[in-house]
Design a protein around this ligand. Structure first.
Ligand code: FMN
Length: 420
């Protein structure tokens, strides 16, 4: 009995200490922009640039931000929002909010251990966490940490009749991933000038410049020392017992030369995967239509955060066209450029059922280490609740009814695009 009372008191004390730490972070780092600035200072330049950068002139990455900020929402007042809920149901499961962590390969470059920290905090808050194929943590490890909220993103490895791809699918199934997320927007190699300049390539060589950057980033170097080598953990079983950073990276490089999953392959994957199947990287409503006819459950409208094709439209600008084409037959979600609660409400108002963000979570980790993961999630939650109050809605369903003015929207009517 006394033991029980002591344990309760300890838990209360821990909760209070956690809340105090969270409040301190809220005051010191109230925006993603501040976290990004601090991450830039704490993380070796080559690693920060790998995460922060985009393809070519980085126009698409900028377009995502400007297109989102151009969307205006018309608030309704005199509504009691006291009993609001940010919950959303996705594929038969209730999550606490309509946002989740997008899949990011080599997240450990921004902060060693990134995947585990993000998965743990996502599980704690009940939001989706998508593990990337080229992540620095394995399917099996993330399934242990985040059994209820773990989705798996799948890349294409064309060699040997897709043996690696199908084995990854098998492992994700065995580990209990809720949703399989094949990504289709990696059709070719991407040109990222920042990475070319930094010398980030496979095999990875630590030249004098990178060595200097690591030596002058002591917090990051210490985190790496504690975590150990960064490698693509998901492909370790395919290295014939030679699992080094370079051998795993070489396998991951096959993704770049493999291109995007073809329609036939998607049909095979759909056939083998019995739980929810969501295709990521969709930009054309006609592709969305075809995916629905293949039997997908959902679609993530995405331009990969501007990391692949610099000529792509902002995801938010193409979202309404895809919702109009398939929104009643599949769950349409969106990512690219989402930076907080206001962007989430914008996306919901334009027809998305849920949203994902990538870089903001890594900025949090780069800036604050482990504590950054929960801090960014809390910031998104706080902002979302505040913006619900501002526009006068009490649920995700009501947010979908908010009136929006969307100057950049692509108009798609009767199976074709029309000029604005
Ligand atoms: C460092 C990094 C690595 C990424 N790796 C992958 C990946 O392996 N697979 C994938 O489908 N998307 C990947 N993405 C794209 C994200 O899933 C997501 O589409 C994008 O980050 C959203 O844009 P945002 O960063 O502006 O939020 C990556 C993004 C970043 C920043």
């Amino acid at each position: 009995m006394t033991e029980k009372i002591t344990m309760k008191a300890d838990a209360k004390h821990e909760d209070a200490a956690r809340a105090a730490r969270a409040e301190k972070l809220r005051r010191r780092f109230p925006t993603i922009a501040e976290l990004r600035r601090r991450a830039r200072w704490r993380v070796p330049r080559f690693a920060f640039d790998f995460v922060d950068g985009g393809a070519n002139d980085e126009e698409c990455a900028r377009r995502n931000a400007t297109a989102l900020s151009a969307v205006e929402l018309l608030p309704r007042y005199c509504i009691d929002t006291k009993d609001m809920s940010t919950e959303v149901e996705l594929f038969g499961r209730r999550y606490a909010a309509p946002f989740g962590v997008a899949p990011m390969g080599s997240g450990g470059l921004m902060w060693p251990g990134a995947e585990e920290y993000l998965a743990r905090e996502a599980q704690r808050r009940n939001i989706p966490y998508i593990l990337a194929t080229p992540a620095n943590a394995s399917i099996e490890r993330i399934a242990e940490i985040a059994p209820d909220v773990f989705w798996f993103q799948l890349y294409r490895f064309a060699a040997n009749d897709h043996a690696i791809t199908f084995d990854l699918l098998r492992r994700a199934d065995a580990a209990g991933a809720q949703v399989l997320v094949p990504t289709i927007d990696s059709a070719g190699k991407s040109k990222r000038p920042r990475d070319i300049r930094s010398g980030v390539k496979v095999p990875f060589t630590v030249g004098p410049s990178i060595a200097f950057q690591v030596a002058t980033s002591p917090f990051w170097a210490w985190a790496l020392y504690k975590t150990g080598m960064l490698r693509s953990e998901n492909v370790v079983p395919y290295t014939a017992g030679r699992a080094t950073r370079d051998s795993t990276a070489e396998i991951i490089m096959q993704v770049r030369s493999s291109g995007s999953h073809t329609w036939d392959e998607l049909a095979r994957l759909r056939d083998r995967w019995k739980r929810a199947f969501v295709v990521k990287g969709v930009l054309h409503p006609a592709d969305a239509e075809r995916l629905v006819s293949l039997g997908v459950d959902g679609i993530i409208v995405s331009n990969h955060g501007g990391r692949h094709f610099d000529g792509a439209p902002a995801s938010i600008d193409i979202l309404p066209a895809i919702v109009a084409a398939v929104g009643s037959r599949a769950t349409v979600m969106v990512d690219s450029g989402i930076r907080g609660g206001l962007d989430i409400v914008r996306a919901l108002a334009l027809g998305a059922k849920a949203t994902f963000a990538g870089r903001p979570f890594l900025y949090g980790l780069g800036a604050l280490g482990e504590a950054g993961a929960g801090h960014v999630m809390d910031m998104f939650f706080d902002e979302l609740r505040t913006e619900f109050q501002h526009v006068g809605v009490r649920s995700v369903a009501e947010a979908a009814m908010v009136t929006a003015r969307h100057p950049g929207a692509w108009r798609y009517e009767g199976n074709q695009f029309v000029s604005p």
